[in-house]
Design a binder for this molecule. Structure first.
Ligand SMILES: Nc1ncnc2c1ncn2[C@@H]1O[C@H](COP(=O)(O)OP(=O)(O)OP(=O)(O)O)[C@@H](O)[C@H]1O
Ligand SMILES: [Mg+2]
Length: 217
């Protein structure tokens, strides 16, 4: 599902954000990514989501060569993956239903088709009963569940989440991690960046550690 081959990312400075990263993540894997602040986690997610290209090296995800992807192909690639952010990124003037529907309405889909997909995504995250609420009317954990429903709307093969529980208290973090387990059990590949080592120890998932831009074994 994900292959990195001698990937480097250097920003102006120069800042060596990633150095010689090699990865092979298989379909159906659930991988945790950890590392101190500045280690390169978000940089790695930017490469995975085709927001940025490596300085050198090869990045292959879901059949796409992201190190040389054409700008016109990026929207198609993005429909194959789901992305979840630390700060949810919900639109406050849209209700929950419309927030989840957004990736579909952008594509011009309407009516019954959207309704079915949105309600099934909201069902998965346990929030169908809140479909007509607005983001300010729901809790942090619920907001993140809405963001996850939105990320799943295209039924992606891969879900990536950059510190999805960073703004949540421990109970709500537990809830989100259980939801990820459920999504993984349905066959979706997951890569989740987290500072919280308790999850990794408890769950015995694959664990990738970054330190100063390099992989630590
Ligand atoms: N656009 C940029 N231009 C220059 N340097 C950058 C840029 N983005 C990130 N960096 C640098 O690259 C390094 C890795 O940053 P990154 O955001 O990937 O770390 P991180 O592991 O996500 O940290 P955190 O846990 O704080 O989110 C840092 O030294 C950072 O300052
Ligand atoms: Mg980060």
């Amino acid at each position: 599902m994900i292959q990195f081959h001698h990937v480097y990312k250097t920003y102006q400075g120069p800042v060596h954000a990633l150095r010689d990263i090699n990865l092979d993540i298989k379909k159906g894997d659930f991988v945790f990514l950890t590392g101190p602040s500045g280690a390169g986690k978000t940089t790695l997610f930017k490469l995975l989501s085709a927001y940025d290209k490596p300085t050198t090296g090869k990045v292959k995800v879901a059949g796409y060569d992201l190190d040389q992807i054409d700008a016109k192909d990026v929207p198609y690639y993005r429909r194959k993956i789901g992305v979840v952010f630390q700060d949810f990124k919900l639109l406050r003037d849209y209700n929950i239903f419309d927030n989840v529907a957004l990736p579909l309405t952008i594509l011009g889909q309407t009516g019954a088709q959207i309704k079915k997909k949105v309600h099934s995504a909201l069902d998965l995250v346990g929030l169908n009963h809140r479909w007509d609420f607005y983001p300010e009317q729901i809790s942090g954990g619920e907001k993140q569940r809405v963001a996850i429903a939105r990320a799943l709307i295209h039924q992606p093969e891969l879900l990536i989440a950059d510190e999805p529980t960073g703004n949540l208290d421990p109970d709500l973090s537990d809830e989100i991690m259980s939801l990820f387990d459920k999504i993984n059990a349905q066959g979706t590949t997951l890569v989740v960046a987290t500072h919280d080592h308790s999850y990794i120890n408890r769950r015995q998932k694959q664990h990738i550690r970054l330190k100063e831009g390099t992989l630590v074994v």
